[in-house]
Design a protein around this ligand. Structure first.
Ligand SMILES: NC(=O)c1ccc[n+]([C@@H]2O[C@H](COP(=O)([O-])OP(=O)(O)OC[C@H]3O[C@@H](n4cnc5c(N)ncnc54)[C@H](OP(=O)(O)O)[C@@H]3O)[C@@H](O)[C@H]2O)c1
Length: 332
């Protein structure tokens, strides 16, 4: 496994991170034993970046990661970089009730997170979505106080745009921006990525498989469990899905010529975008993880990249990446 550094001030992490969200929430039922085994397999393979959110299953995901680290053998906690998002307000019915980035809330969220993870510090801590009622300077300032206190190592951002990035970076060093980036979601290339590069901020890219669409295993008739986010996603519905699966088939033909799978081509493409970008993959099972890890050694030359971008041209994807109501929460 190769390493990459998250921004000018951030930690060194494996070139591929494991996003643990789907082990607790949003993609239907997950198998707990298999989830823990997948985290262990990732650690064994040299993955050192684990990403979670305190609101993924209302604490379930942090408890799961805490258990996986406790049972992974001595020193496992110290070998990983734990990236945690906070701020999303939930209800017991699974609803979403906005975001809270007030300084007192930051400290409260962090206290609970440390308890659930069973650790005395979080490596990268970030507000999951900008709280429109709280200036980003106040939220980042509160995290900076936790850095001073030793309970947080680095400050990250999530789904914010250029102006917010500049304002946040003026308060304290920012390690990385977490944002959706894939062959299907290339919006960051115009403004956000250049600003990150100018300011020495890395990117942890999520949705590199477009939540499974670019995984190469999705089918038109796949049944979705109640509450699966993809049931509400414009990219997974009706004619949009047909158009997007046609793009996936074009990518499959290109990937096969290269001797790799669709998922490996999609992940390798994100890896090829720059040493400052670390893709998170949302593997929930060891077989999916093994497939994803295979992307790390795929070298794409100029001809390969051209073929991939011919198969999936920028802006050809059908449908927005979130439903309309959730698009409204994006500052990015
Ligand atoms: N900052 C933010 O706003 C934000 C938002 C969303 C996610 N995230 C983070 O980013 C992580 C990744 O996001 P994601 O899970 O949506 O992204 P993803 O990696 O694009 O999608 C994961 C989905 O892809 C499927 N898949 C197919 N082949 C795969 C393979 N070889 N390896 C891995 N997955 C494969 C999985 O399959 P199965 O259905 O078969 O398991 C799963 O449904 C999350 O876990 C979370 O930590 C952050």
């Amino acid at each position: 496994m190769h390493d990459r550094t998250l921004g000018a001030s951030g930690p060194v992490v494996s070139a591929l991170g494991l996003g643990c969200m789907g082990m607790s929430a949003l993609y239907g039922e997950a198998d707990r034993t298999e989830s823990v085994a997948t985290v262990h397999a990732a650690l064994d393979a040299g993955v050192t970046l684990l990403d979670t959110g305190d609101f993924y299953g209302m604490g379930h995901n942090e408890l799961l990661i805490g258990e996986a680290l406790r049972t992974a053998g001595a020193g496992a906690r110290d070998r990983v970089v734990l990236s945690v998002k906070f701020g999303a307000l939930r209800d017991a019915g699974g609803g979403w009730n906005g975001y809270d980035g007030r300084p007192a809330a930051v400290k409260n969220f962090l206290a609970y997170t440390l308890q659930r993870l069973g650790t005395d510090h979080v490596d990268v801590y970030r507000l999951s979505r900008l709280d429109p009622a709280v200036p980003v300077e106040e939220t980042v300032g509160a995290i900076a106080e936790e850095v001073e206190a030793g309970r947080v190592r680095h400050i990250g951002l999530s789904e914010v745009g250029a102006e917010t990035i500049r304002r946040a970076a003026a308060v304290a060093p920012i390690s990385d921006l977490q944002i959706e980036y894939s062959l299907f979601s290339r919006d960051i290339e115009a403004e956000t990525l250049p600003v990150c590069r100018e300011l020495g901020i890395g990117v942890t890219a999520y949705g590199v498989l477009s939540r499974g669409l670019l995984g190469g295993h999705w089918t038109r008739d796949r049944a979705l469990a109640p509450g699966d986010f993809r049931g509400l996603s414009p990219r997974f519905s009706g004619e949009n899905l047909d158009r997007n699966l046609a793009l996936v088939e074009a990518l499959r033909a290109t990937a096969e010529q290269k001797g790799v799978t669709v998922a490996q081509a999609a992940i390798a493409w994100v890896l090829s975008r720059g040493e400052d970008i670390v893709p998170l993959v949302g593997a929930r099972r060891r077989d999916r993880l093994a497939e994803a890890l295979g992307a790390v050694d795929v070298a794409l030359d100029a001809a390969d990249l051209a073929a991939i971008e011919d198969a999936v041209p920028a802006d050809e994807v059908a449908g927005t990446r979130y439903p309309e109501a959730l698009m409204a929460h994006l500052d990015s």
